[in-house]
Design a protein around this ligand. Structure first.
Ligand code: COA
Length: 168
């Protein structure tokens, strides 16, 4: 019998603290040196356990990567925010703590979100990534995503380019 220690499962109310910790670690790891320091610190401060508790109470579409009982990452998803195009589903955020990266777990979270979106008949998928987040862009290309559009994200004193990847 083989037991998979890495499991994608719906988030539970008691995950709030772990999600706040995972968010902080994953966002620092991904964006230090990309998003201006103060903006990043403000985002992290805002997304503490109380923020996550509120999200979990609203039953947001949120799956976590549970690695032997630890929350190693999460993915949020839902209806695409860009109106009615051919891409009905969107992954809003997909983040793993640095220790758990490069092991196929990001793919597992991505597949979990895609499966849920398919169950909801939200076919076609769109994901935004900052262009400077090369690891994320490479990851989405490796998973078959096609860059289709560009946008911009403004922070204090700087504007960063972002890329939309799509899957049919
Ligand atoms: C981006 C991220 C989700 C990828 O998850 P992961 O578990 O590390 O990736 P996987 O191990 O599932 O890799 C899947 C494929 O993507 C490729 N890939 C993953 N990270 C990569 C990197 N840094 N550079 C190049 N390719 C990469 C892998 O080589 C793999 O391809 P292969 O199957 O041919 O080997 C994860 O690294 C992460 O959470 N990063 C920080 C947060 C972030 O940037 N999130 C996305 C915001 S838009």
């Amino acid at each position: 019998m083989s037991v998979d220690v890495a499991q994608v499962r719906p988030a539970r109310p008691k995950d709030a603290d772990a999600l706040a910790a995972a968010y902080e670690e994953a966002w620092r790891g991904a964006y230090q040196g990309i998003i201006p320091h103060l903006d990043l610190e403000r985002m992290i401060a805002r997304r503490g356990a109380v923020w996550w508790e509120r999200v979990l109470r609203r039953r947001a579409s949120l799956l976590v990567l549970d690695f032997g009982g630890q929350v190693a990452g999460y993915v949020t998803f839902g209806r695409c925010r860009i109106g009615r195009g051919p891409y009905r589903g969107e992954i809003f955020e997909l983040y793993l703590c640095p220790t758990y990266q490069g092991l196929g777990l990001g793919t597992k979270l991505f597949d979990g979100a895609r499966q849920k979106l398919r169950e909801w008949r939200l076919h076609g998928l769109l994901v935004w990534a900052l262009a400077d987040n090369e690891a994320a862009c490479d990851f989405y290309i490796r998973l078959g995503g096609r860059p289709i559009a560009e946008g911009a994200e403004s922070f204090s004193g700087t504007t960063l380019r972002k890329i939309a990847f799509v899957w049919r």
